[in-house]
Design a protein around this ligand. Structure first.
Ligand SMILES: Nc1ncnc2c1ncn2[C@@H]1O[C@H](COP(=O)(O)OP(=O)(O)OP(=O)(O)O)[C@@H](O)[C@H]1O
Ligand SMILES: [Mg+2]
Length: 246
């Protein structure tokens, strides 16, 4: 497994980071089958900022969970930085997740017993050898998201917006190839949501690859490009004028 730094150096703007080929995800419930993803073929490239939209049930979260190595396809190929991950077992999938993925959820998903600094460090617990500068990096990220003065606070001592900032710092601590966010601003008031989106804009300008699921058109247009799903298929691809770097 290459080191993070080597992997990062390999990502040049425009190179494929994520390649999906004929990806299907079928949920089986008794005799019923739900084809949540129905043959997706798509490539996301380094440095791109995409929003993923579509009506409720169109497959957005299913797609993000696959991309985030929380789930795997029923069939088809999914490669991250050239490595096939569709056929990995759970342990291998966790390892890939720890190495390459940053995930931000609507409901923050922080660990209540851990303080801000410890929560940011969580993804590195799964590394065989955490980087020696892990804590320094976590402190820097806390500073970056405006929580440098709250390192000892527990999640229940923070506002929703602050908790989401911790979640973003946590998603960045492993310097991921790709930052995934599923309705990351869905629980926040509009001012706080704008602050979080401004943070994503900054990360995009720094070259991070970002995929953001949202049902709000105004949020979707913040990304450079929009992928619209319908019934588990790609219905439309649009390139947004408002997008951060266009
Ligand atoms: N664990 C599951 N078991 C069975 N069916 C599921 C499961 N998760 C999702 N589905 C089904 O797969 C389809 C896609 O669901 P998904 O959660 O990806 O939609 P979504 O686009 O994220 O919707 P929303 O905007 O409401 O979050 C839906 O028909 C849903 O009912
Ligand atoms: Mg969803």
């Amino acid at each position: 497994m290459p080191t993070k730094e080597a992997a990062q150096a390999r990502d040049r703007a425009g190179e494929p980071v994520v390649e999906l080929t004929d990806v299907e995800r079928v949920y089986r419930m008794g005799n019923n089958e739900v084809r949540a993803l129905d043959g997706l073929t798509f490539t996301f490239r380094a440095g791109e900022y995409w929003s993923i939209m579509g009506s409720s049930g169109s497959g957005k979260s299913t797609l993000l969970n696959l991309l985030g190595c929380i789930d795997r396809p029923s069939s088809g190929s999914y490669r991250i930085r050239g490595t096939e991950v569709a056929t990995l077992d759970d342990d291998e999938l966790s390892e890939i997740r720890g190495q390459h993925i940053g995930f931000v959820f609507q409901s923050y998903n922080l660990i209540a017993q851990l303080n801000v600094l410890e929560n940011i460090l969580v993804p590195l617990f799964y590394w065989d050898e955490p980087p020696p500068d892990a804590e320094e990096r976590a402190r820097m990220l806390a500073e970056r998201v405006g929580l440098g003065g709250r390192l000892e606070h527990k999640p229940n001592e923070l506002s929703g917006g602050q908790q989401q900032r911790v979640a973003i710092a946590r998603a960045l601590v492993n310097n991921p190839a790709i930052l995934l966010a599923d309705e990351a601003t869905g629980n926040l008031d509009s001012k706080t949501a704008q602050e979080i989106l401004a943070l994503f804009d900054e990360l995009h300008e720094e070259g991070k690859t970002i995929l953001l699921v949202t049902h709000e058109p105004s949020v979707g247009r913040r990304a450079e490009h929009t992928l619209r799903l319908s019934d588990g298929r790609i219905a439309e691809v649009t390139h947004n004028r408002e997008g951060a770097s266009t």
